[in-house]
Design a protein around this ligand. Structure first.
Ligand code: ADP
Length: 625
């Protein structure tokens, strides 16, 4: 009995001691296991020769007398169901007497109980360590965070902890903050901000990234992105708040915004060929609103003939990484063409690569450039004209001067016929001179926009008949024929000017066709117009020249018809006069066979579209010059 009692007492003491060691605070797991290993042998039947060892998670703890023998008993230490080690008891040598065997049943149960206890201690300790580690990590992150962080009590809002970013941002020390509320320190000066936070907490229990304004100790107010998450520490509810200072970001955004708003350059950002951003100047140049431009293809604004230049200059710049400015035309919303000069560069925008384009409106510059070119052309033309005109004036003047001197010097000796011949030459040269001067005057009047048409109802039939009669009288060497329909409407024209057109065409036909050939004038009624034709049997005009003969001062004479006078203004004047009447003039020709010069005169607005009376109109009474 005494023996049994003694054994139970030893076991109880051992378990009690283990419980005491487990419960004692401020000692490490190692110290605990070392102490436990030293008391285990005392619970065995022969404590004086007993030893013990504990190995757990790679750490071994042994009593001093530990030795390798076969006289051992072991039990596994399980942590969360898995073997984490073992506890072993043993005897250094066989005990003198062991009536219950080397280890009694109770001793086996005791060792199992110890192993279980050790498993629990290890498990608990591991959980504690993990917690401590995560707490340490949290505090490290909390303190080192660049975000402005605080932990405040949910109940009264008092700050329990703030990080370094919080103190350095607000300018308040930890002491000034802890134990106080944001309200007391007026950290949120705007009611709508605190209201926004309060409402989110009430509705969702947290705040997710709201922009609010924080007031620093110095009084300055700065924008931040604010979040708050609930947190329980030691059974008490707290709020972990995080704010990110976005004042610099906001400032640079505002700077970029201002630059883009006031820039004299049109700015755009392109992604996948579509406009993702445009500034007010770009909108002004194109005439479209921001909304109309959003997601639109840039090339849809570019004049079709320039789209290749835009594509290739963009590709080149991006490849060569050096700006390659290009000039192109934009079709603005109201149909105007705007010239722009642009440079592009690669950019990242909203997380994606894109192209940043800058363009300058150079419409004005282009206009001036064109004016300069026109001016240069004009002055060249003027000097050409001067040279031609002086040359052309000289020929008839020489004739006039020559014959008049002859008449004056030899008046007595000249016969009547000779004198008449000389006077005829003087008369013809004077006519040529007059025509030249008239053509020059008409051209300059037309170019100054000063030529006025005085329209009145007139008969084309009679006009043609009169021109033909006069031309026949003038040039006896050609047969001038008219082919006119019986009825033609009266139309509203400046008869003097149409006379001039017909006269010019007949003159050319006479000038360029061989003597004895026919020159025919016809008139026909087309849909809304009368078509008048002057047909000759002259040398004709080849297709290449046909396209140019109506141009100002264009002549073929140098190449083909040397000796004819004229300065290439006749057809140019005819064209302007016909167009002034709302008509059209053109030439058709088969080289070697002859030419047809045709023009239309619209039939409108006389209110007298009746048959031509058989009288000659007043306007055809003389040479319309
Ligand atoms: P010009 O006063 O020098 O004749 P125009 O303007 O009247 O100038 O004519 C321009 C050119 O067109 C002429 O130089 C001539 O070469 C050609 N041309 C005009 N009419 C005829 C025609 N009936 N037959 C052939 N060539 C012509």
């Amino acid at each position: 009995m005494e023996n049994t009692l003694g054994k139970s007492l030893r076991e109880l003491r051992c378990l009690y001691d283990i419980a005491r060691i487990t419960g004692s605070t401020h000692i490490t797991l190692q110290e605990r296991l070392l102490e436990i290993v030293s008391i285990i042998p005392k619970a065995l039947q022969y404590p004086e020769i007993a030893f013990a060892s504990i190995s757990v998670n790679g750490n071994n703890f042994k009593t001093e007398n530990y030795c390798e023998t076969d006289l051992t008993l072991a039990a596994d230490i399980l942590v969360r169901g898995a073997k984490a080690g073992s506890v072993v008891v043993g005897y250094a040598r066989p005990p003198a007497a062991s009536p219950d065997g080397l280890f009694s049943k109770e001793e086996r149960l005791l060792l199992d109980a110890i192993a279980e206890r050790l498993g629990a201690i290890t498990e608990h300790r591991q959980a504690e360590e993990a917690l401590q580690e995560s707490e340490a990590k949290f505090y490290l992150a909390f303190n080192a965070s660049p975000d402005i962080m605080a932990i405040s009590k949910m109940a009264d809002g008092e700050f329990a902890e703030v990080n370094e970013s919080f103190t350095s941002f607000t300018g308040y020390s930890k002491a000034e903050l802890i134990g106080h509320t944001a309200g007391e320190l007026m950290l949120l000066p705007f009611k709508e901000d605190s209201e926004k936070i309060r409402q989110a907490l009430e509705e969702k229990g947290r705040v997710r990234v709201e922009e609010v304004r924080l007031r620093k100790k110095s009084g300055g107010i700065y924008p931040v992105l604010f979040s708050a998450e609930p947190l329980t520490i030691g059974g008490e509810k707290y709020l972990l708040t995080t704010s990110t200072d976005i004042s610099e970001q906001r400032q640079s955004q505002e700077l970029v915004q201002t630059i883009s708003d006031v820039s004299p350059l049109g700015i755009y950002i392109l992604q996948d060929d579509r406009l993702k951003f445009t500034n007010p100047r770009f909108q002004k140049i194109t005439g479209y609103s921001q909304r109309e431009l959003a997601d639109r293809e840039l090339l849809s604004l570019v004049a079709a003939e320039d789209s290749d230049i835009v594509k290739s200059s963009t590709a080149f710049t991006l490849q060569a990484q050096s700006p390659y400015p290009c000039e192109y035309r934009i079709l603005s919303k109201n149909g105007q063409i705007k010239w722009v000069m642009q440079t592009v560069s690669p950019i990242r925008y909203e997380g994606k690569t894109g192209i940043l384009g800058n363009l300058m409106d150079i419409t004005e510059r282009k206009y001036l450039e064109r004016k300069v070119i026109e001016y240069e052309e004009l002055s060249k033309m003027k000097s050409d004209l001067l040279a031609t005109v002086s040359h052309k004036l000289r020929t008839p003047l020489t004739t006039i001067k020559g014959y008049s001197t002859m008449i004056l010097d030899y008046y007595e000796r000249l016969g009547t016929e000779e004198t008449r011949e000389y006077l005829r030459s003087i008369d013809a040269s004077t006519d040529r001179l007059t025509k030249l001067v008239d053509n020059l005057l008409d051209t300059s009047r037309m170019e100054a926009g000063l030529l006025k048409l005085e329209k009145a109802p007139a008969s084309v039939t009679r006009l043609i008949q009169a021109v033909a009669a006069e031309a026949s009288a003038r040039s006896g060497q050609h047969h001038i024929i008219t082919r006119l329909p019986r009825r033609l409407p009266i139309i509203n024209i400046d008869a003097k000017r149409i006379w001039q057109v017909l006269d010019n065409l007949i003159d050319n036909a006479v000038k360029f066709s061989p003597p004895g050939t026919e020159i025919t004038m016809t008139a026909d009624k087309a849909r809304d117009a009368i078509v008048i034709r002057v047909i000759d049997n002259g040398p004709g005009i080849n297709a290449g020249e046909l396209a140019h003969i109506f141009e100002r001062m264009y002549r073929i004479e140098q190449k083909v018809y040397t000796g004819t006078d004229g300065i290439g203004l006749g057809l140019y004047i005819c064209q302007k006069l016909v167009e002034g009447h709302g008509g059209r003039i053109w030439a058709e020709s088969t080289p070697g066979k002859g030419s047809i010069f045709a023009f239309t005169l619209p039939v409108t607005g006389t209110g007298k579209n009746r048959q031509t009376p058989a009288r000659t109109p007043e306007t055809s009474g003389g040479k319309a010059r």
